[in-house]
Design a protein around this ligand. Structure first.
Ligand SMILES: *Cc1c(COP(=O)(O)O)cnc(C)c1O
Length: 371
C-alpha cells in the first residue's frame, strides 16, 4: 500500500517573494493552438527527414554517456560556431548558452548588477528589462524616432548621461525589424568606452541572417572594437528554436568573464550534440532564408497596398498598423485561426513570415477583419 499523498499546502502562508516580483505576470506570448502560428518569429520550415535522422543519431551517440557531465567548455561547439561566423574568429571568441536569452543574462550577471545600469532604445525586445530586473541591474530606455531608427546624437547623449555598463541594441530590432547602421554601433561603442567605468555594447543580431542585401553585420567591427559583443541565435534563421542555443562573439576577455557566472555544465551533452549536428547541416537549415526574405518583402508591399503603415524590415517579421483598436484586429485574426503578436507601440501589430500558405491565410483573414 502506498502512503497517502496530499498536495502542498496553500493558504495563510505568505511567500517571501522578492518585492519587485509581487503582482508581476510571467512573460510569454500567448501559446494558442491555432492552425496558423505567426507570432514568435520562428522559421516555419522544420528540419528535413534526413537532418532529423542525423539529429536522432547524434542524440543516440551521446545517450550512452549521459551518466557523465558534459564538456563544460563545449569546445567542439565553440569551434563550429566560430567557423560558421567567419570573420577570423576563433573558439576563444565565442560563448554559448541555452538561447540568446541566457547569453544576455550571463552578460548582465557579469557586467551589470547592483548600482549599475543597462540601457536600450524603445520600442525594443520586451525581455531586456526582465534580464535587468533579475540581475538587479538598473534599466533605462531611450527612444527611437518615428521611423524606428536610433538617432545617433540622442543615443550618445543618453550613454553619457546614464553611464551604463551595458548597452543592449538589437539589429535588426524586434519588434520593428530595423537594422542599425555600423556608424551608429561605432558611435555607441566609442561613447561607452569613454565612460569612467567603460561599458559594453551588445548588438543582438538574432535576425541577422534575414537582413536585406547591403545591410552589414556588427561582426565586421569586432577586430577594432574591444567593448563590442555581437549575439546570435539558432532559434530564428536556423529553424532550431526548440533546441535553445544562443551564442555571442566578443574578445577573449569578455568570454572569459562569462565563465564566472554560468551555471556549471550549463549546456547539456544533448544540446551540444544536436547543435553541432545542425551546424554541419547549416546550408540546408538556412536554405529557406532567401525564400523567407522574398516573402517578407512581398508581404511589406502587399500590406502597404492595403493602405497600412509598415516598418521597413530586415528580419523575418513585419510590424504594421496603425489600428485604432489593435486588439480587435488581433482577436479577429485569432477567430479566423491565425495567431500574430500584439506587440510594439500602441496601434501596431507584428506578423512573422510563414510558408506561402500561412501567409496567404493571414492575408485572407486580415482582409476580412479590415472590411
Ligand atoms: C527571438 C529573439 C532572441 C532569441 O532568443 P533565443 O533565446 O535565442 O531563442 C533574441 N533577441 C531578440 C531580439 C529576439 O527577438
Amino acid at each position: 500500500m502506498s502512503a497517502p499523498v496530499s498536495a502542498p499546502a496553500t493558504g495563510a502562508f505568505r511567500l517571501p517573494l522578492r518585492p519587485e516580483l509581487e503582482g508581476v505576470a510571467a512573460y510569454g506570448a500567448p501559446q494558442l493552438d491555432l492552425p496558423v502560428l505567426l507570432n514568435v518569429n520562428e522559421n516555419p520550415y522544420p528540419p528535413s527527414d534526413a537532418v532529423a535522422a542525423d539529429l536522432a543519431a547524434a542524440v543516440s551517440a551521446v545517450a550512452g554517456e549521459l551518466n557523465r557531465y558534459p564538456d563544460r567548455e563545449f569546445t567542439a561547439l565553440r569551434e563550429a560556431l566560430a567557423a560558421y561566423l567567419g570573420h577570423a574568429l576563433g573558439p576563444e571568441h565565442v560563448w554559448a548558452a541555452n538561447g540568446s536569452n541566457e547569453v544576455m543574462l550571463h552578460l548582465l550577471q557579469a557586467f551589470g548588477g547592483p548600482g549599475r545600469t543597462a540601457i536600450s532604445f524603445a520600442p525594443t525586445y520586451s525581455m531586456y528589462p526582465e534580464y535587468a530586473r533579475d540581475t538587479h541591474t538598473g534599466w533605462v530606455v531611450g527612444h527611437r524616432e518615428t521611423d524606428f531608427a536610433v538617432d545617433v546624437d540622442k543615443a550618445v547623449a543618453l550613454v553619457r548621461e546614464v553611464e551604463p555598463t551595458v548597452v543592449l541594441v538589437p539589429s535588426p530590432n524586434n519588434p520593428t525589424g530595423t537594422a542599425l547602421p555600423l556608424d551608429t554601433v561605432k558611435a555607441l561603442c566609442a561613447a561607452a568606452a569613454a565612460l569612467p567605468t567603460p561599458g559594453l555594447v551588445v548588438v543582438d543580431e538574432a535576425y541577422a541572417e534575414f537582413r536585406r542585401p547591403g545591410t552589414p553585420t556588427a561582426l565586421e567591427l569586432l577586430d577594432t572594437t574591444p567593448n563590442l559583443v555581437v549575439s546570435r541565435t539558432m532559434s530564428k534563421a536556423f529553424a532550431f528554436a526548440g533546441v535553445r542555443l544562443g551564442y555571442l562573439a566578443a574578445s577573449t576577455e569578455i568570454t572569459d568573464a562569462l565563465r564566472l557566472v554560468r551555471l556549471p555544465y550549463h549546456l547539456s551533452a544533448v544540446t551540444q550534440a544536436v547543435a553541432l549536428t545542425a551546424l554541419r547541416h547549416a546550408d540546408e537549415l538556412l536554405a529557406q532564408v532567401d525564400r523567407l526574405r522574398r516573402e517578407r518583402d512581398e508581404l511589406v508591399v502587399w500590406l502597404r497596398e492595403q493602405g497600412l503603415t509598415v516598418a521597413d524590415s530586415d528580419a523575418n517579421f513585419v510590424l504594421f498598423g496603425l489600428f485604432e483598436d489593435r486588439h480587435a484586429v488581433w482577436q479577429g485574426l485569432v477567430d479566423r485561426g491565425v495567431l500574430i503578436r500584439e506587440t510594439g507601440p500602441e496601434g501596431w501589430l507584428r506578423v512573422s513570415v510563414g510558408t506561402p500558405d500561412e501567409t496567404a491565410a493571414f492575408r485572407a483573414a486580415l482582409m476580412e477583419v479590415m472590411t
